[in-house]
Design a protein around this ligand. Structure first.
Ligand SMILES: Cc1ncc(COP(=O)(O)O)c(C=O)c1O
Length: 321
């Protein structure tokens, strides 16, 4: 097994907490505490990716996502801390009142190209072409695909299992539930559990892609890391359980019932959930596990995303307050 190197940026280990909501206890792994600037799951992947970028003498990192991408904001902040510039290729448009992650990405000094939905479909080619042009001029570019979900990036969540097993006896735990966008977090958890021979279910709420597409992406990532790093483990695909139907309103939207649960969790536990990922995943967790009294058997993985709340504040104010 070849274990790649990483750079230390995130505040790890993150705490594993037990909270109580509506008189039911549950376990939550607080990856929203990985750091203020880097907050959330993406920094675990970036520790591996930016180690490689730094070692290659990179001057500028290219990456992509939606205008409120947490991955993009975390990349710009983390790259800045290493003296590397970032250019973002964002799906959406600019605005005078840029808020949340977009505002922060600008503040951390990102250059930004805005792409409409159709052009964004070719974002990888667009980044590569522009990267090639800079390369011809002798500039060193490092391209990070959407969400940092590559065979290298997902080591962040393979390593996460080693961290978690020092905090709790994972043999007594049935599973871990997280939100999925590009699928790298869930893929890393699956591989980490397999390497450690743990019988864990990885439950995930798909917020971006349809269930079948996400399933393929996650399995493709697990195969890539197993092949690329000579891992001897096998992935049992029945351990990946995609909980569908918690983002029917669309990736960039959230309905008022889900907002009400976010509000109730915040006011009862002091834990904030975001409107794009963790708020939807927690709705799934609440229905499937917490209501049934299984909050100590299945760990809720809080993957961060909190700055996204600011971009939705008008909707919050209309629905809640
Ligand atoms: C806050 C948050 N949670 C979960 C995810 C999903 O992670 P992944 O893309 O690895 O599936 C993302 C990013 O997509 C995110 O920003």
């Amino acid at each position: 097994m070849k274990i790649p190197n990483k750079i230390k940026i995130a505040n790890l280990p993150t705490p594993l907490e037990q909270l109580r909501f509506r008189n039911k206890r549950f376990l939550v792994k607080r990856d929203d505490y990985t750091g203020t600037d880097y907050s959330g799951n993406k920094i675990r992947k970036l520790e591996y990716l930016l180690y490689q970028a730094k070692r290659n003498g990179t001057e500028i990192v290219f990456t992509c996502g939606a205008t409120q991408s947490n991955h993009c904001r975390a990349t710009v902040a983390a790259a800045a801390s290493l003296g590397i510039k970032t250019k973002l290729f964002l799906w959406g448009s600019d605005s005078d009142s840029a808020d949340g992650n977009l505002f922060l990405s600008k503040l951390y000094g990102a250059k930004i190209s805005f792409l409409n939905k159709k052009n964004y479909l070719n974002v990888n080619e667009i980044m590569e072409e522009e990267g090639d042009q800079l390369l011809k001029k002798g500039r060193k570019v490092y391209i990070i695909p959407e969400g940092g979900s590559t065979a290298l990036g997902i080591w962040g969540y393979i390593h996460f299992i080693n961290e978690l097993k020092k905090q709790i006896d994972l043999k007594k735990i049935k599973g871990i539930l997280c939100a999925s966008g590009t699928g790298g977090t869930a893929a890393g958890l699956l591989v980490g559990a397999a390497i450690n021979k743990l019988n864990l279910n990885i439950y995930t709420a798909n917020v971006l892609y349809p269930k079948e597409k996400l399933q393929k992406k996650i399995m493709f990532l697990t195969e890539g890391v197993i092949r690329g790093y000579d891992l001897s483990c096998k992935i049992d695909d029945s351990k990946l359980i995609i909980i569908d139907g918690y983002s029917n309103e669309g990736y960039k939207n959230i309905n008022s019932d889900k907002l009400k649960l976010i509000n109730a969790v915040a006011s009862e536990t002091g834990m904030l959930l975001d409107p794009t990922y963790t708020g939807k995943a927690f709705n799934a967790y609440y229905d499937q596990f917490l209501l049934k009294g299984n909050g100590n058997k299945v760990i809720f993985l809080h993957t961060g995303g909190l700055f996204g709340a600011f971009s939705k504040r008008k909707k919050y104010l209309k629905n809640l307050l």
